[in-house]
Design a protein around this ligand. Structure first.
Ligand SMILES: Cc1ncc(COP(=O)(O)O)c(C=O)c1O
Length: 376
C-alpha cells in the first residue's frame, strides 16, 4: 500500500537516523539502572546527566532545572498541579487560555473540581490574547499562569516576554507549554521570564514517550508521582535511559538546524498557501498571517462538508482536521477564533517537516485543489 504524503508534523515526526543511532547502545548493551550502584548504573547515570545538560543547553537552562517526564502531557500536569499544590498558601486561582491543548485544560478542570478557580482568557479572531485582559484577571491569590508558547492547531505564538513580565511583577509563577515551539522558534529561559516550561521529543524528530519539565531554581513544585524519589524527589520512576538520550540528541539537532530550517519551512508553507489561494480564493486562513510557527498552515474551506473533504484527501495526504488529540470533534481552538462549527469542521492543518521539498508542496496543493473543486 502506498502511504499518503505525510503533512501531520504537529501530531508527530519520524525519529531521525542520528537519534536512533544515539539511542542504540542503551537498550541492551548499556542497560543499567541509573540509580544502580555498579558500573552498569554509573554508565547509565552518566548518559542521563550528559543528556540533561544537552536538554538544558537547548533552552538556556541549568541541568539541575530539568526533570525528565514521559512527554509534554505529564510535564504540563506536573507543572500545573505541582505549582497549584505547592502554592496553596498563596491562593487557589489560575489563569490559562481557551485555546490551550487538552494537556493543560484538563489539569485545570481537575483543579477546579478540587476547589480552585480558573480564568480562561478568550482570544481574538487570529488566536491572540489581549495582554490588558490578562493583567485585569491577575489577582493577589493567583498562583500560576499557563499559556502555551505556540498553538498546536493554528501555530499562533504567544508573547512570552510580556506575559512573563506581568507575572513576575506580581510574584505569580508562569508556565508555558513549548511542545510545538521547541526547535521551531528560538526560546531561552535565560532571557525570557518563564518559571516552568514543558517539552516533548516526538514533535522534533525524537522518540515518543519522553519529555521534560524545566523548573526555574526556587520555583515551588509538589511531586505528582511518588515512589523511589528519582529526579530529586520531584518525579519518581526509573529513568528511561534510551529515550532520554534520544531526546537530547533530537533537541540538539533541532536547535542546530533551526536558523536555516525555520525560514526554509516558512518559505515552503507560504508557497503552499500561495498556490492554494490562487486556485481557491475563498479559503479562510485560521490564525495569524505572520505571527505563527514556520511549519504551520491551517485553513477552512467554506461550503464543504469537512468529513467529505478529509475522506477525499485521505488516500493522498496525511493532514489533520483540527487537533490529532481531539479527532472527530469540532476544534475548540477554531471555535474560540469565532469560526462556525461548519467552518471549524471543514478545516485542514498542515504541519511541514524537514523531509519536505518544493515538489511535495506542489503535489499537496494540487491534491487539495482537485479535491475541493470536485466536491463543489
Ligand atoms: C501543545 C501540546 N501540548 C502537549 C502535547 C502532548 O504532548 P505528549 O504527546 O508529549 O504528551 C501536545 C501533543 O499533541 C501538544 O501539541
Amino acid at each position: 500500500m502506498t502511504k499518503p504524503l505525510y503533512f501531520d508534523c504537529h501530531a508527530t515526526t519520524p525519529v531521525a537516523a542520528a537519534v536512533v543511532q544515539a539511542m542504540a547502545p542503551y537498550w541492551s548493551e548499556c542497560f543499567g539502572n541509573p540509580a544502580g550502584a555498579s558500573v552498569w548504573g554509573w554508565e547509565a547515570e552518566a548518559a542521563v546527566e550528559q543528556a540533561r545538560a544537552a536538554v538544558a543547553a537547548a533552552i538556556g537552562a541549568r541541568p539541575s532545572e530539568i526533570i525528565f517526564t514521559s512527554g509534554a502531557t505529564e510535564a504540563n500536569n506536573l507543572a500545573i498541579k505541582g505549582v497549584a499544590e505547592a502554592g496553596l498558601a498563596r491562593g487557589r486561582h489560575l489563569v490559562t487560555v481557551t485555546t490551550e491543548h487538552s494537556a493543560v485544560l484538563a489539569p485545570c478542570a481537575y483543579l477546579e473540581r478540587l476547589g480552585f478557580t480558573v480564568d480562561y482568557l478568550p482570544v481574538d479572531g487570529e488566536g491572540q490574547i489581549d495582554l490588558t485582559q490578562l493583567a485585569a484577571v491577575l489577582r493577589p491569590d493567583t498562583v500560576l499562569v499557563s499559556i502555551m508558547a505556540a498553538n498546536n492547531e493554528i501555530g499562533v505564538l504567544h508573547p512570552l516576554a510580556e506575559i512573563g513580565a506581568l507575572c513576575r511583577e506580581r510574584g505569580i509563577w508562569f508556565h508555558t507549554d513549548a511542545a510545538q515551539a521547541i526547535g521551531k522558534i528560538s526560546l531561552s529561559v535565560e532571557t525570557l521570564p518563564i518559571d516552568l516550561l514543558s517539552l516533548t521529543a516526538h514533535k522534533c524528530y525524537g522518540p515518543k514517550g519522553i519529555g521534560a519539565l524545566y523548573v526555574r531554581t526556587g520555583t515551588p513544585l509538589a511531586s505528582q508521582l511518588h515512589g523511589g524519589g528519582q529526579e530529586h524527589d520531584r518525579r519518581s520512576g526509573t529513568l528511561n535511559v534510551p529515550l532520554i538520550v534520544g531526546m537530547a540528541q533530537a533537541l540538539t539537532l533541532a536547535i542546530a538546524d533551526l536558523p536555516h530550517e525555520s525560514p526554509r519551512l516558512a518559505t515552503l508553507r507560504d508557497r503552499l498557501w500561495a498556490q492554494l489561494t490562487a486556485a481557491l480564493p475563498d479559503l479562510v486562513l485560521n490564525g495569524s498571517g505572520t505571527n505563527r510557527l514556520p511549519h504551520n498552515l491551517n485553513f477552512s474551506v467554506p461550503g464543504l462538508n469537512g468529513n467529505a473533504l478529509v475522506a477525499a484527501l485521505r488516500p493522498y495526504l496525511a493532514v489533520s482536521s483540527g487537533s490529532a488529540c481531539a479527532a472527530g470533534r469540532p476544534s475548540h481552538v477554531l471555535q474560540a477564533l469565532g469560526r462556525s462549527p461548519a467552518l471549524a469542521n471543514a478545516s485542514l492543518r498542515f504541519g511541514l517537516g524537514k523531509f519536505h521539498q518544493a515538489d511535495d508542496i506542489d503535489r499537496a496543493a494540487a491534491v487539495v485543489i482537485d479535491a475541493v473543486q470536485k466536491l463543489r
